[in-house]
Design a protein around this ligand. Structure first.
Ligand code: CA
Length: 665
């Protein structure tokens, strides 16, 4: 995009004046500050403000006593400084005050109040930034908080959760329902006597909780906490502040910060790491966003005719390739790690971001802790404005080091295609998806036996390493597993659907990729058939914890699978060559069956020649086991990796309809 040349600058310079407005030929020409700076830096003696607004004609700072309403107690003009910054120092102790910036774009236009792009504390609804000493937000014991140990990304088991889904059920026994603090309460049980909250997570055995957007987002009005409101939160407002509606007091800027930290600390003490869902690819609004009110145009990509581009499907797409946007993403994830001890990031529509930016993110995180996990959606909602081969799309994951993407191939091979909720696949006995299942079991890495033999569709390999591949059958998007099984097998009995639930999770949790569970699938939660439930009421989205009692059998099976995976390193080889060497797919006569062996004692496993048979047929099949005595870990919809389920002798063994057989020597 081209700008009018600013012809009066040389004149001002000749007059020895500080230039009051800058124009540039392109976004690449915008000056960038050297070194670090803070939009607001508090000390009891003075507070310094520095807004990056290189195209501003003037910048005002407004101080307020409250986070909303009332007139400013003080209005100051910021002065232009190096690198496109506008700065001021205000003496005295401003702790507890709120502020906004207002940027003048031209002679007649002021862009409107904004808390800036880097607010680290805000008042209610995130409209004004807050001045506070972040150290005072640390909960007791914070200095001793540590990430739970993690040796390898291959050891990760992800659990994707929305705060309200997880703890809003009135019978879940949790006091702070739907809040960050729900994840700090120990010993909670449902009306039916089942563990809920953090106790449920420990009982299930996942290693990472992935929380849906928990930065400050727009859609939920934080001033109306008692009225029913729900949103997934993919509508970012302030990227570097926790969402107020998940706190017990969104008016007090310290509370949401402290409670987020309490949540992280409680999960860490339970041995669980925390992944944040980050949505840097778009903002909730374009006109009027904090970005647009600060540096118009700069943070977003434009189409060739100068309109805002929209690869997010949400009205805009951010321009990660521009210096200050890239820096923003990198600094933001670093901030969440350093200030909040976050352990991983899930990038929404990661395919909108350029590869260089994702490499910079990985590098910055590696400098803090290389065990921080990064993954994302390797696609966009529309075509971004950059060449496809420069973007963090799934097809380019092999060009990124230790960044993973979701496998829609494995998901769709299990449950059926995106875009047709009524069509099933492997799980419902639809032929032709065996190659897709093998692809998923191998963690998406090139494997000589993942081929088209007997099938009609072979996914293209895109992961160089299995930990770059997220294995899943459902997530918050689209129908959850229970709804999809109902939609694709409408006449099936509840018992049949429970069997398929178990079979689906067996495929996910015996995959060499990184397994990912959607919260509640382990108790067969449904969403009443609503696929895009982003703003559906709690009645649709909440997990009813009565389900854990009703489907205890499914829960025990899934937690058994997790226990098996965690105690048997053969299921998480973590290396593509090792997968090719140790994972052997076995011949089967029937369609809708996938069988494989983990040869020998790979990765130091105590079990030898682990053999897994996934039978999606509606009838039992025969499977030929080599001679010898085999220990049974899983059969007929039951699993017990610790004590086992007895033995079978080699020869033809029966694998029940819609079930998995797992044996070893
Ligand atoms: Ca909010």
């Amino acid at each position: 995009m081209k700008f009018k040349h600013c012809f009066f600058l040389p004149l001002l310079a000749a007059m020895g004046c500080q230039p009051m407005q800058q124009s540039y030929d392109s976004y690449e020409d915008y000056p960038v500050p050297e070194g670090e700076w803070n939009e607001m830096a508090y000390s009891p003696e003075e507070t310094r403000f520095s807004l990056w607004a290189p195209t501003a004609k003037a910048v005002r700072l407004k101080l307020y006593a409250e986070g909303q309403g009332g007139e400013p107690t003080q209005v100051l003009s910021l002065k232009p400084a190096e690198g496109g910054l506008w700065s001021a120092a205000v003496s005295g102790d401003l702790n507890g005050l709120f502020y906004t910036f207002d940027v003048q774009a031209d002679d007649t236009t002021w862009l409107g109040d904004t808390p800036g792009v880097w607010a680290k504390a805000v008042g209610v609804n995130g409209d004004r930034a807050a001045i506070l000493d972040l150290d005072t937000t640390d909960p007791e014991g914070w200095e001793t908080d540590e990430r739970p140990a993690l040796k390898s990304f291959a050891d990760i088991i992800l659990y994707e959760m929305h705060h309200r889904d997880f703890s809003i059920d009135s019978l879940c026994g949790i006091r702070h329902r739907g809040k960050f603090l729900a994840l700090t309460e120990e010993g909670t049980v449902s009306a039916g006597g089942q563990k809920t909250g953090i106790g449920h997570l420990k009982e299930l055995g996942v290693t990472h909780v992935h929380i849906l957007p928990s930065f400050d987002y727009s859609s939920v009005d934080e001033t109306r906490p008692d009225q029913p409101q729900y949103n997934w939160g993919y509508d970012p407002k302030n990227y570097n502040v926790p969402e107020g509606s998940y706190s017990t007091n969104p008016y007090d800027p310290a509370v949401r910060i402290r409670e987020f930290k309490q949540m992280v600390m409680a999960l860490h003490r339970a041995g669980i790491r925390v992944v944040m869902d980050v949505v840097y690819n778009h903002t909730a609004v374009t006109q009027g966003s904090n970005f647009e009110r600060t540096v118009p145009g700069y943070f977003y990509r434009q189409t060739p005719d100068g309109q805002f581009a929209d690869a997010s499907g949400c009205g805009n797409e951010t321009a990660s390739e521009r210096a200050m946007v890239r820096r923003y993403l990198v600094e933001s994830v670093k901030y969440w790690v350093e200030e909040y001890h976050v352990d991983g990031f899930r990038f929404d529509l990661m395919g909108i971001h350029d590869l260089e930016t994702m490499r910079a993110v990985r590098k910055a995180l590696d400098e803090i802790d290389p065990t921080i996990y990064v993954y994302g959606e390797g696609w966009a909602a529309g075509a971004p404005q950059l060449p496809a081969d420069s973007l963090a799309m799934k097809a380019n994951i092999g060009r990124l080091d230790r960044i993973a993407a979701f496998s829609d191939e494995f998901r769709d091979s299990l449950r059926g295609p995106w875009g047709n909720d009524a069509q099933g696949a492997f799980l419902v006995g639809r032929k032709g998806h065996e190659a897709g299942i093998r692809f998923g079991i191998a963690g998406g890495v090139e494997h000589p036996q993942v081929n088209g033999e007997g099938t009609h569709r072979v996914p293209k390999f895109w992961a160089l390493q299995p930990a770059q591949f997220i294995s899943y059958v459902s997530c918050h998007d689209d129908m959850c597993l229970a709804d999809r099984l109902k939609a694709t097998l409408p006449k099936a009995s509840p018992a049949v659907r429970a069997s398929l639930h178990k079979l689906a999770e067996t495929a996910v949790l015996t995959s060499q990729g990184v397994p990912f569970l959607f919260a509640g699938d382990e108790v067969m939660r449904d969403k009443q058939g609503v696929a895009n439930s982003y703003n559906s009421p709690d009645a649709v989205n909440a997990i009813s914890w009565q389900l854990k009692k009703d489907h205890r059998d499914v829960f025990d099976y899934v937690s058994g699978l997790i226990a098996m995976r965690r105690s048997h390193p053969a299921f998480r080889l973590g290396d593509a060559d090792l997968v090719r060497e140790c994972l052997e797919f076995l011949p089967v006569k029937e369609s809708n069956v996938v069988a494989f062996r983990l040869k020998g004692n790979p990765n130091g496993d105590t079990w030898k020649d682990i053999t897994v048979v996934l039978n999606a047929n509606s009838r039992a099949i025969g499977f030929d086991l080599p001679a010898g005595t085999w220990q049974v870990a899983c059969r007929d919809g039951r699993i017990d990796p610790a004590k086992g389920l007895g033995t079978v002798q080699g020869g033809r063994v029966s694998v029940a309809a819609r079930s998995a057989l797992i044996v070893h020597q």
